[in-house]
Write a protein that binds this ligand. Structure first.
Ligand code: ATR
Length: 300
C-alpha cells in the first residue's frame, strides 16, 4: 500500500470552530492552499458546543494551532475570548479569524474585505456614489452594510422582515460612520414588500441578499416578490452559494441584470485568513488556479 506521509510532527495546524460544521467547504480552500504552496499544513472542521467554546479555544492555543476560523454561531462570542482585535473587529463586533502567536489570541474579520475583493474582481464595479439595497439584517448584513458605506456608497437601504434589526444597524452606521462618508442621506431601514421598499429596489444600482431565503433546500423561495422588476438593471449579489443560482438571481437574470453568488466572497475571506495565519501574500497565479477549481467544485 501507499503510505500517507502528509501529516507529521511539524504539520501546521489550523481549523474551524462552529456548529454545525458538517457542510463547510472551507477545508477545501485551505487544504488546497497548503498543497499548492508546498506548506506542510492541515485545516480541520472542529464542531464545538457552546458550553465548550472557551475550553476549545484555550485547547487550540495549548495544542500549538497557528490559527483558526470561527463561524456561526460564535462570531460574536469569540470576541470576549481574544487578547487583541483589529480595527475591523472593533467596528463590526464580530470576528471570523483568529491568529495564535506565543499563546496570545489575535482577532480579525475577513468577511467584509473578502466581500469587497470578490465584488470588485467579479463585477469590475465599485460602490462609490451607488444606491445599494441590502436584504436582511443579521450578522452578514451588518458587516456588508458597514463595508459598503466605507466603500463610498451614496445611498443605503436595509430591508428586513424584523424591521427593528434593520433600524439598529442603520442607527449604528448613521451614528458612527456617516460623518465623512459618501452617504447623501442617512441609511434607511425598511420592511419587505412595502411600496417604498419596492421603489427602492427598482431604483437601486446594487442589490445584496444576505438572508438565507432561497438557500438549499428551500430553493424556490425568493427574498423579494414579483413586484420587483429590477427596472434599473442593478448588479444583484446573493451571498448564498448553494444553489449557485438562487431564485432571486434567476429573477434578476431574466430581467437582464448581472448576477453573482456568494462563492467569491467565501473564497476571498478564506484567502485573507490564510494570509494572516501564514504571514504571507498569496500570488495571483495561485489565486487564479485555486479559484477556478474551487468555483467548479461548488457547482458540481
Ligand atoms: P447571518 O449571520 O448569515 O447574517 P443571521 O444573523 O441569522 O445570519 O441573519 C439571517 C437573516 O435572514 C435575517 O435578516 C433574517 O431575518 P429576521 O431578522 O427577520 O429573522 C433573514 N431570514 C431568515 N429566514 C427568513 C425568512 N424566511 N424570511 C425573511 N427573512 C429571513
Amino acid at each position: 500500500m501507499v503510505l500517507d506521509k502528509r501529516i507529521d510532527g511539524r504539520t501546521v495546524l489550523t481549523g474551524l470552530i462552529g456548529n454545525p460544521v458538517e457542510h463547510t467547504v472551507s477545508p477545501v480552500i485551505h487544504n488546497s492552499l497548503f498543497l499548492l504552496m508546498g506548506i506542510n499544513g492541515v485545516y480541520l472542521p472542529l464542531k464545538t458546543e457552546e458550553t465548550g467554546l472557551e475550553a476549545a479555544v484555550k485547547g487550540l492555543a495549548a495544542l500549538g494551532f497557528v490559527g483558526f476560523n470561527v463561524t456561526i454561531p460564535y462570531k460574536e462570542a469569540i470576541c470576549s475570548l481574544l487578547d487583541e482585535v483589529d480595527e475591523e473587529v472593533r467596528l463590526l463586533g464580530t470576528a471570523n479569524t483568529v491568529k495564535i502567536l506565543d499563546g496570545r489570541l489575535y482577532g480579525y474579520n475577513t468577511d467584509g474585505k473578502g466581500f469587497v475583493t470578490a465584488f470588485r474582481k467579479q463585477t469590475g464595479a465599485d460602490f462609490a456614489g451607488k444606491k445599494v439595497c441590502i436584504l436582511g439584517a443579521g450578522g452578514t448584513a451588518r458587516t456588508l452594510a458597514i463595508k459598503v458605506v466605507q466603500e463610498g456608497a451614496g445611498q443605503v437601504c436595509i430591508i428586513n422582515r424584523t424591521v427593528s434589526k434593520a433600524v439598529e444597524i442603520a442607527g449604528y452606521i448613521n451614528d458612527t460612520l456617516r460623518a465623512g462618508s459618501g452617504l447623501r442621506e442617512p441609511v434607511l431601514s425598511l420592511a419587505p414588500d412595502t411600496k417604498r421598499t419596492i421603489e427602492a429596489l427598482n431604483e437601486s444600482d446594487i442589490i445584496i441578499n444576505t438572508t438565507s431565503v432561497g438557500m438549499y433546500p428551500d430553493i424556490g423561495a425568493s427574498p423579494v416578490d414579483e413586484g420587483v422588476d429590477f427596472a434599473s438593471r442593478p448588479i444583484v449579489y446573493d451571498v448564498i452559494y448553494n444553489p449557485a443560482r438562487t431564485r432571486l438571481l434567476s429573477m434578476a437574470h431574466e430581467k437582464g441584470c448581472s448576477i453573482y453568488n456568494g462563492a467569491g466572497m467565501l473564497f476571498y475571506q478564506g484567502i485573507r485568513a490564510f494570509e494572516i495565519w501564514m504571514d504571507t501574500l498569496i500570488s495571483d497565479d495561485v489565486l487564479q488556479k485555486l479559484s477556478t477549481s474551487f468555483l467548479k467544485h461548488l457547482e458540481d
